[in-house]
Write a protein that binds this ligand. Structure first.
Ligand code: BDR
Ligand code: CA
Length: 351
């Protein structure tokens, strides 16, 4: 059975893989995409999503533009992490599809009301638009079937400041609104939180890209390497594999430049996989709050695991998973999808 999902993304190299993962999943139906400002400005996020949808030959899926700025602070973007347009070295064809006339927060509200108890929310960017939607529809926590959030760092260092994870850092006020909104949610509606503690164990390496190419029947099977001269482009015959290789190579380079090794943390496709199948993970309930005033620690997520605040849990934090199982699934799904979209004999032209 297909599960209806609203994605809220700041695409983004790893958001791109999250989108492809859901498009490639027979058990998913993307009901709409909210384009949120984060890695790159919201307008660019929207273009990136439309471009991937078009390349993937996806059915018409609504892409709604989110707020240009976080709720209370100026937008900070991170082109150094995700490339000048958010998709690394990839240069996707300009999409002919157009944006929805609805705003991203309206999309959340309308879809949640249209499919009460059915819709799964997946947030892989800052929580700006979900926070705005909560102002209009405070009952969202009960209307959604499940919410999965990629964000935060608990017993783990940050990736943006010593204690901040990027998605929370960009819009901490929005994150606090979202976690506060789930304070009274029943246990089966608590958000599943994929924080850096777990997503930094999801290490994609060149071998995974090669396996994807093989699975897709794409030639040549390339093994990107830190020894490659800067800025090479993939020659893969399959356009999805070619653009993905160019996107992910940038992410590898970024991680290498930050002494993390020639790999990339696949935060967002992992969260997408969890959204479809929570049995991939083990979780622990906690009360999560967001620091808004600390001089060194603003935008830090704090988890009360032991009930010290005397407040009920408002989140289920992912504490364990099997990364190899996730990669097998991702490579199988996206590889098969790319092969079916561009069968080997039909991939001689350039897209
Ligand atoms: C998150 O930050 C973004 O740069 C990634 O797309 C991911 O959603 C990881 O901290
Ligand atoms: Ca993201």
């Amino acid at each position: 059975m297909r599960q209806r999902i609203i994605m809220d993304v700041d695409t983004g190299v790893d958001d791109s893989l999250a989108l492809l993962y859901l498009l490639a999943s027979p058990d998913a139906e993307i009901a709409g995409i909210a384009a949120t400002a984060g890695n790159v400005p919201a307008a660019q996020v929207a273009i990136n999503n439309l471009a991937w949808l078009e390349l993937a030959g996806a059915p018409e899926i609504e892409v709604a533009l989110g707020a240009a700025d976080p709720l209370e602070i100026p937008l900070r973007t991170t082109e150094d992490t995700h490339g000048p347009h958010g998709i690394g070295y990839a240069d996707l064809p300009t999409p002919t599809r157009s944006l929805s006339s609805r705003t991203a927060d309206r999309l959340w509200v309308d879809l949640a009301r249209r499919y009460p108890g059915e819709l799964i929310g997946l947030c892989t960017g800052p929580l700006t638009n979900l926070a705005l939607a909560l102002r209009t529809e405070p009952d969202l926590p009960r209307l959604l079937r499940r919410l999965v959030i990629m964000g935060g760092a608990f017993n783990h260092p940050g990736n943006t400041t010593p204690t901040n994870e990027w998605n929370i850092h960009v819009d901490p006020e929005a994150a606090k609104i979202v976690f506060d909104a789930f304070a009274a949610a029943p246990p089966d509606r608590r958000p599943l939180v994929c924080a850096l503690d777990i997503t930094e164990t999801i290490e994609m390496r060149p071998v995974h890209l090669a396996e994807l190419a093989e699975r897709a029947g794409s030639l040549p099977v390339e093994t990107v390497s830190p020894a490659d001269p800067p800025g090479p482009r993939s020659a893969a015959s399959n356009p999805i594999i070619r653009h993905l290789t160019d996107a992910v190579r940038f992410y590898f380079d970024f991680h290498r430049d930050h002494d993390l090794g020639y790999l990339a943390h696949m935060h967002d496709p992992f969260a997408a996989a969890v959204a479809l199948d929570p049995t991939l993970v083990r979780t622990r309930p906690a009360t999560v709050d967001v620091e808004l005033t600390g001089t060194l620690t603003r935008a830090t997520t704090v988890a009360d695991w032991a009930g010290m605040w005397g407040r009920p849990p408002n989140a289920d934090i992912v504490v364990a998973t099997d990364p190899a199982r996730f990669f097998d699934r991702m490579i199988g799904r996206i590889g098969d999808f790319a092969r079916d979209r561009f069968p080997a004999e039909a991939t001689t032209g350039h897209q």
